[in-house]
Design a protein around this ligand. Structure first.
Ligand SMILES: *Cc1c(COP(=O)(O)O)cnc(C)c1O
Length: 375
């Protein structure tokens, strides 16, 4: 028996014991055919999660956390003397902007408020005025706030102007249903620890094979993190170029098996149930949300700190943590928030249990219930 913790942070998520145990396997050299076969099937199964046609799309695996995917896509998919447009309304798109900066790429940081959806007229104007934009990048669910970006609409614009569309789907993939083709995505990405409810250390980009093949001619800006080079190595040998996260691969295989057993629709229904329970509890306690309801992705609830002198996030965190529930600070510039997330192998009952503990934590701290705000 492994102690079960309910993680309400935005990943890694609560996993099943069967996924945890799947890592305990006989030692194996990952250059063996047995392991190559496992990765081959894993890459195929990842395509199915986003309904990607095997002839047109491929899944390329990397050893690293989810940020490696953003790095890989941005440094690999821009031809010489072309520009990147980042549609930026949150912390994760801001990370993509930093990646452009660090690689010395020519980019436009099209910034919007963190609690608002991007203005599509402005996006179109940018594309029209800058015909040298080759790549447009944005985030599906801005995990810092829980705002859902209209990727299908953005993707349609990107394609109208002949650019490539990369979407950071790290906090939606395998939770909120995605159809790569219908959603106008050329490249999406995630890490095994989030929607798939596996372990940390394995990340993957799912994208258009033709575009990857075209990128063979683009400048190679990274040795370890180039998309074409990793793809080519997989195509030639069936292996990762460098050592893969072996045990995480086994956990991910088990997690995918459980994903298909639960089913896309049932899983999304469960996350929705959990999210609704999170919102209901928060609102009952008087908390204010950062993102208006119709713009929420349904996976991350960002809540404002109440105006109460006794509110001490760390103290409340510690009280909950000691009782098996992990809550998480926010990620919004200039505002004090915390987050409760609906990822992982949890259900409504866990949220009800959480709120009994959370309520106790508020009482212990002397925070007035319902919580209050000055304005
Ligand atoms: C979690 C997450 C990432 C990856 O973050 P790491 O710290 O590298 O795991 C990237 N994008 C989004 C939207 C995420 O939620």
């Amino acid at each position: 028996m492994i102690k079960r913790n309910v993680l309400l942070n935005p990943g890694p998520s609560t996993t099943t014991d069967s996924v945890k145990m799947a890592q305990v396997v006989p030692d194996i050299c990952p250059r063996e055919k047995e392991f190559r076969d496992i990765m081959k099937q894993l890459r195929k199964d990842l395509l199915k999660v986003v309904h990607a046609d095997e002839d047109k799309y491929t899944a390329v695996l990397f050893c690293g956390s989810g940020t490696i995917n953003i790095d890989v896509c941005i440094n690999s998919l821009v031809p010489q003397n072309k520009k990147i447009l980042v549609i930026n309304n949150g912390a994760y798109s801001a990370r993509a902007v930093e990646i452009c900066e660090y690689y010395g790429l020519d980019y436009i940081n099209l910034k919007f408020k963190e609690d608002e959806r991007p203005d599509l007229n402005l996006v179109e104007k940018m594309l029209k005025d800058n015909p040298d934009i080759a790549l447009v990048h944005t985030t599906h669910n801005e995990t810092g706030t829980g705002l859902l970006n209209p990727i299908r609409e953005i993707g349609a614009l990107v394609h109208k102007y002949g650019a490539v569309f990369t979407v950071d789907t790290t906090s939606t993939l395998a939770m909120r249903p995605i159809d790569i083709e219908k959603d106008n995505i050329d490249f999406c990405m995630a890490s095994a620890q989030k929607g798939l409810m596996a372990m940390t250390g394995l990340s993957f980009v799912i994208g258009n094979k033709n575009i990857i093949e075209q990128s063979k001619e683009y400048p190679k800006r990274s040795y370890y993190c180039n998309l074409y080079l990793q793809y080519e190595f997989f195509e030639k040998t069936g292996e990762m170029h460098f050592t893969p996260p072996v045990q995480t691969v086994y956990a991910t295989v088990q997690a995918l098996k459980e994903y298909f057993e639960e089913g896309e629709d049932n899983k999304w229904a469960r996350h929705t149930r959990v999210f609704n329970a999170i919102r209901k509890g928060a609102i009952e306690l008087g908390f204010r949300e950062v993102i208006r309801e119709e713009w929420q992705a349904g996976l991350v609830d960002a809540l404002l700190y109440p105006d109460d002198d006794n509110w001490d996030f760390d103290k409340i965190h510690d009280y909950c943590y000691e009782r098996g529930f992990t809550i998480y600070p926010g990620k919004i510039t200039g505002t004090n928030t915390f987050r409760l997330c609906a990822l992982g192998a949890i259900d409504e009952d866990d949220i009800n249990d959480f709120y009994s503990v959370f309520r106790e934590a508020l009482n212990e701290s002397g925070v007035k219930i319902p919580v209050t705000y000055k304005r």
